[in-house]
Design a protein around this ligand. Structure first.
Ligand code: TXA
Ligand code: MG
Length: 347
């Protein structure tokens, strides 16, 4: 899809310029797409109640049509507009985590187009914690469908430049409020089942949710894939092959590098504790933050940057699966999954 000269407009995240918001909202109301910042990653905004705008979202992302979208709302009224019912337990979660990186899967209201939900009877809803996102939703006077604003299968965008790299020429406008604060997407929690189940780990940790509502359902990976269409697909993937390295096995890192160099490959490493001694110019090492929140913020940019440097193989040191580390490891495992073993991509 081509045909647009894509503009990037800088916007102050603390006090969004109302003229810029009005211009972006007018595009949304006209069925166009606008990339906007959230606290997690940049979203590709479209009027969630306009089927032709939704078709454009799938086309621009190259996303399989059975993979449903998250609807972004600015207030509680927006929730009753898109969800048929809201279980009592959801209100406790909303009270604690909205606005914020928690998406709730709820029974869908009839007015939500099938295209938004991939034909499911449920709808995914969240209230983003970002003044620009909230101002845009309010000004557009409609819930915003907002998948991550990357080409399907690529690492999600944490800067306006990432969005531009993937989507320039296919959308008219990107609102640039700087790098996103969290860096991985929202947690997707299905509250239509008892107890609720996490379909995608993200910005709100399982520990934090369980502390509020008690233990969550543990669902086998396979059953989960059926319930959350997006988790079926490989994604977050740079062009290079990604391989995970256990930090307790530094010899694996050394042998993987030696093997790749023998084959004439260029290697990139995202390392947190491990180190590469006696480095070769064919090996690019990016040091990742020890703090898991900072790590999450740097993850997608790290993968994209190594890709841009043309490496063939990316070796990534595994991180502890606690707090936001669970979301980081989920993204790393997907990035590392073989393209031959699964359908091509999500987004
Ligand atoms: O942080 C985020 O959630 C970002 C920002 C932009 O808000 N958005 C995002 O959207 O990550 P997307 O489209 O890239 O991912 C949506 C995920 C997919 O895994 C999809 O399968 C799942 O949510 N999903 C959406 N609707 C669902 C439903 N009704 N039932 C189960 N899973 C659903
Ligand atoms: Mg995505």
């Amino acid at each position: 899809m081509a045909g647009f000269s894509t503009r990037i407009l800088a916007i102050d995240p603390a006090a969004p310029d109302r003229r810029i918001i009005a211009e972006a909202a007018a595009l949304i109301r006209a069925g166009q797409l606008v990339a906007f910042p959230t606290e997690t990653v940049y979203g590709l905004g479209a009027d969630a109640l306009n089927p032709s705008a939704l078709r454009r979202v799938y086309a621009v992302k190259g996303r399989p049509p059975d993979n449903p979208l998250i609807l972004h709302i600015a207030d509680r009224a927006g929730l009753s507009w898109v969800a048929a019912t809201v279980p009592a337990l959801a209100f406790a979660l909303i009270e604690a985590f909205w606005p914020g990186p928690l998406t709730l899967v709820l029974p869908k209201a009839p007015r939500v187009p099938e295209l938004a939900t991939g034909g499911l009877e449920t709808v995914a809803v969240r209230m983003p914690a970002h003044p620009v996102a909230l101002a845009l939703i309010e000004a557009a006077r409609t819930p915003l469908a907002g998948p991550s604003a990357n080409r399907s299968g690529r690492p999600s965008p944490t800067t306006a430049q990432h969005v531009f790299d993937d989507l320039h020429g296919t959308i008219p406008l990107i609102l640039d409020a700087g790098p996103t604060a969290i860096g991985v997407e929202s947690t997707v929690l299905d509250v239509t089942s008892t107890p609720p189940v996490i379909l995608r780990p993200g910005g709100v940790s399982e520990e934090a949710i369980a502390a509020l509502i008690g233990p969550l359902q543990k669902t086998a990976a396979l059953a989960l894939r059926r319930r959350s269409p997006g988790t079926r697909y490989r994604h977050y993937s740079p062009k290079a092959t990604v391989q995970l390295i256990d930090p307790n096995q530094p010899e694996r890192l050394r042998s993987a590098i030696a093997e790749a160099l023998r084959h004439g490959q260029r290697v990139g490493c995202l390392l947190r504790q491990l180190d590469v001694h006696g480095g070769s110019p064919e090996v690019i090492v990016s040091r990742m933050p020890g703090c898991l929140s900072n790590y999450a913020r740097a993850l997608f940019a790290g993968l994209r940057s190594l890709d841009a440097q043309g490496v063939d193989l990316i070796l990534v040191e595994a991180v502890p699966e606690e707090g936001i580390g669970a979301a980081v490891m989920d993204r790393l495992r997907r990035a590392a999954s073989s393209p031959d073993s699964e359908p091509p991509s999500e987004g």
